[in-house]
Ligand binder design. Structure first.
Ligand code: ADP
Length: 859
């Protein structure tokens, strides 16, 4: 057995090998040492030769999933080796094979999958001066490829799609990915060879050439795709029939959002805390199916860029908004299972009887859906209705074949209905008859022998027996053979009885085999319908998302945006889709925005906490919503197509990752200055605040000038440098906005209303007061301010004051000053959070302090 183990061990390098031994998966040697540490298992050892023992640890087979989850989470690749024949029947050593290699990007276990997010595995390769990327979702069959002119773009794409594992040619260096970095898997270089890759793809898709998929345009990405297919077939040890096509993505087909933008606009995850509701996804996700949930997530991170596609979605949403069938459609969707993954499981060979039953039932719902969608006029909905194929024959067959509530596994039979298969029926009848015969035996024998207490029973050791109490022993007929003596009774068998018994046992075994055969046949049949079933599943997902968007539009009063090619952005009474729902006491104040060729760069000023950030993000979110084909939270919106949204918004990540905030800030600014185009939307929030005032101001100034002169992008620039408002007078196209506040005696009231023109005071001292600074400090600050303003120096913070602020910051970082009192935060977050978000503020400070001491920041 150890020899068998060693052979498998050698065949799967770079994995942890789980070796099935009866009820356990065992790990040996180095694997055992590693796994026992990661999984907290007891490490034992096993003798393998005289005087030699190897370390060993085991996992009970029924707990595989949870252990697997932890191993994969920890970044391991796990080869699962099963006993592939019945140990009872094996002559000699049981045959064992690796049935699957589980890697971070190829998990399929129900419990390991996020229901509402795709799990992607990808491959990258560099060639002809560009990067090719391919990525696939093993279960849903989604398979896309694209090429990128530079490393940055491929990196961003991997981050944006949330690809979990990336293959690259062994010996070459992969790009460094931003955190959370995917697992990197080196794969033999020859697998990426053009011919090898081409052949693998043709074989997978069952085609002669790949021209039909548009692969000729993207030869480098095609190499990546070929390698990926080989990897998947190898690790899954299955044909993966549902992976039947690929889609070539053309750069520029989508509104490009990089990882930074996705984070800082809080599209999927909140910047602070864990409240998923506080994200765009959270605000929109009323989808009824997991497939719809995944698709919505995709739509949010990859909004469209072609007018036609966007308008089609908007037309469909609009039609659904007033459709009386909508509630019915959504109700039906609620009853639908995850068809996409169920089909994938069939193609992958891991579907259970219950999966097929769920699939059959869902197909019945598809028939209803198709009827409900039948009467619509918009192109997209009409196409959907086409695609919703109830596969009636297949559904009938599943229904005829499987009992409505089958057991979890197919190993013990009991899943196929009577009347489905004549062989199975014959076996069942034979068993039934034999059982009846035995059941009647008791009555017959009592009569025949006159022994009233005669009983027929069954136990595992002896099988069927006749039990007679000792008192009647002498009445027992001679052909009874005695098998067992108990206190006060004897047990017998008869040849006839044993014959029936053998028949039952034998027939039962054959029944189980036959049921498995039938089940596999059925699963195979579903896999054969993979392509059309997946099309149906995608139509359901799309219908789910479109009805969700219609529902949100109705509930929250969204309107249809006008999407146009020219670079404008007009929003009347726009709202922030997330903030407007999280406000408790206050009401959200809607605001306008008007940008066009003559108004391209908005300098937004106003005191901390006035609502600048919210205003900036709201503009970006409205653009994203519009381009994903959704209605938007505004009275009216006219959105000129955007090719990319750049953001420079300070985030918690900068601090958590321990990188210098200012350096990160400048890197992001450099990126956007290089890559923005006249169709981009750029959000800059307080650029330059990470350095000394004059430095920061000068950089901010130069950045605006550069964007104005060279990029001609639409820019929203929030700043507390009032000096920047002067730019509006110098550069045509630059204009000022300010978020208004009202002064009431010694306090300020935030109106959250955005007005044209610049605000003339920074209100820093007011905010400092709100934050609870000692009165003495506030009074002194007012005095200094008055003196500075009087002396004709620039408004705002003087270099002297700034040095003091820095000194306070340093002592905070050193822990010599307790946070929360007596500190003037130089930045807007500080002031704001000191007053109303003390918890997060304290966390930030704690982080700063611990980083300073070289400790791990709290995760
Ligand atoms: P700034 O960037 O100017 O410091 P924020 O955009 O962070 O300000 O806004 C601070 C807070 O003010 C937000 O968390 C929100 O609660 C509230 N707020 C912002 N804009 C509005 C608005 N238009 N209507 C109502 N409340 C708002």
């Amino acid at each position: 057995m150890m020899r068998q183990y060693e052979a498998l061990r050698r065949a799967y390098p770079g994995t942890l090998l789980l070796f099935r031994l009866g009820d356990f998966y065992e790990l040996f040697g180095e694997d055992a040492v590693v796994a026992s540490r990661v999984l907290d298992l007891v490490l034992t050892s096993r003798p393998v030769a005289k005087g030699r023992r190897v370390p060993m640890c085991g996992i009970p087979h029924h707990a595989l999933e949870s252990y697997l989850a932890r191993l994969v989470e920890a970044g391991f690749r796990v080869a699962i080796c099963e006993q592939v024949e019945d140990p009872k029947k094996a002559r000699g050593l049981v045959r064992r094979e690796v049935v699957r290699v589980v890697t971070p990007g190829t998990v399929t276990e129900e419990g390991l999958l996020p229901p509402r997010a795709n799990v992607y595995v990808g491959a990258v390769v560099h060639g002809m001066g560009r990067w090719g990327l391919a990525f696939a979702d093993l279960l849903t069959g989604e398979f896309r490829i694209a090429e990128f002119p530079d490393t940055n773009l491929v990196r961003e794409e991997v981050a944006r799609r949330g690809i979990r594992e990336v293959l690259y040619p062994e010996g070459e260096s992969p790009p460094t990915f931003p955190e959370p970095s995917p697992a990197l898997t080196p794969y033999p270089t020859w697998r990426f060879d053009p011919e090898t890759a081409h052949r693998a793809l043709c074989e997978q898709f069952g085609v002669q050439g790949l021209e039909g998929f548009g692969c000729t345009e993207v030869p480098v990405a095609t190499r990546a795709a070929g390698a990926l297919v080989q990897y998947l077939r190898e690790t899954q040890r299955s044909e993966l029939r549902h992976l039947h096509r690929l889609q070539v993505e053309v750069l520029g087909q989508f509104l490009f959002l990089d990882g930074g933008a996705i984070r800082s606009l809080e599209l999927l995850e909140p910047l602070w805390g864990r409240n998923r509701e506080a994200t765009l996804l959270g605000a929109l996700d009323r989808t009824r199916t997991a497939m719809g949930g995944r698709l919505l997530r995709q739509w949010i991170t990859t909004p469209l860029r072609d007018l036609d596609g966007i308008r089609k979605r908007l037309d469909a949403t609009e039609e659904l908004l007033s459709a009386s069938a909508r509630p019915r459609i959504r109700e039906v969707l609620t009853r639908c299972a995850d068809l996409e993954r169920l089909v994938g499981r069939c193609g992958h060979g891991s579907a259970h009887p219950r999966d097929l039953v769920a699939l059959g039932r869902t197909l019945r719902e598809v028939a209803t859906l198709r009827e409900l969608v039948g009467g619509f006029r918009s192109t997209l909905l009409r196409d959907l209705a086409e695609d919703l194929d109830p596969h009636s024959e297949l559904a009938d067959r599943i229904e005829r074949a499987l009992v409505p509530d089958p057991p979890v596994t197919f190993r013990d039979g009991g899943l196929i209905r009577d009347g489905y298969d004549s062989d199975l029926d014959a076996l069942r009848r034979a068993v039934q008859e034999a059982q009846d015969w035995i059941r009647n035996l008791e009555v017959r024998e009592r009569e025949r022998t006159g022994i009233k207490s005669l009983k027929v029973g069954y136990n595992k050791v002896f099988g069927y027996y006749i039990e007679v109490s000792r008192a009647y022993r002498d009445r027992v007929p001679p052909h009874y053979e005695r098998r067992q003596t108990l206190v006060g009774a004897e047990r017998y068998v008869t040849p006839e009885m044993k014959e029936r018994e053998a028949l039952i046992l034998n027939a039962r075994e054959r029944m189980v085999e036959r049921e498995q055969e039938l089940f596999f046949g059925l699963r195979e049949e579903v896999a054969r319908h993979g392509p059309t079933l997946l099309r149906t599943a995608r139509a359901m997902a799309t219908l789910d998302v479109l009805t969700t968007l219609a529902e949100i539009a109705e509930l929250y009063g969204y309107t249809r945006p006008e999407v146009v090619p020219e670079p404008v952005l007009e929003i009347r009474a726009g709202r922030h889709p997330v903030v407007e729902r999280t406000l408790r006491e206050e009401r959200f104040v809607p605001n306008d925005l008007w940008m066009d060729a003559h108004r391209r760069i908005a300098i937004v000023t106003g005191p901390n906490f006035a609502g600048k950030s919210t205003y900036l993000r709201q503009a970006a979110l409205i653009v994203i919503l519009a381009q994903m084909g959704s209605f938007v939270p505004a009275e009216y919106a006219r959105v000129g197509l955007v090719d990319r949204i750049f953001t420079r918004i300070g985030t918690a990540d900068d601090i958590a990752s321990g990188r210098s905030t200012f350096l990160v800030e400048m890197q992001e600014v450099a990126n956007l200055l290089h890559n923005a185009t006249p169709h981009s939307l750029v959000l800059l929030d307080e650029v330059g605040r990470g350095t000394a005032t004059y430095d920061g101001l000068s950089i901010a100034w130069a950045v605006v000038e550069y964007l104005w002169k060279r990029k001609r992008a639409r820019v929203l620039f929030a700043t507390h440098y009032h000096e920047l408002t002067e730019l509006a007078e110098r550069l045509p196209g630059v204009f000022n906005l300010n978020v208004m506040v009202r002064e009431e005696q010694d306090r300020i009231v935030f109106l959250h209303r955005v007005a044209e023109g610049s605000s003339d005071r920074s209100y820093g001292i007011h905010v400092a007061r709100l934050a609870g600074l000692p009165r003495e400090v506030v009074a002194r600050a007012e005095e200094i301010l008055a003196r500075l303003e009087g002396s004709g120096e620039r408004k705002g913070v003087s270099p002297g004051l700034e040095r003091r602020v820095e000194a306070i910051q340093t002592s905070l970082a050193l822990g010599s000053l307790s946070p929360g009192v007596g500190w003037i935060p130089p930045d807007r977050d500080g002031a704001a959070e000191g007053g109303t978000r003390p918890r997060s503020r304290r966390r930030t400070i704690a982080r700063q302090a611990s980083i300073f001491h070289g400790e791990d920041p709290d995760p």
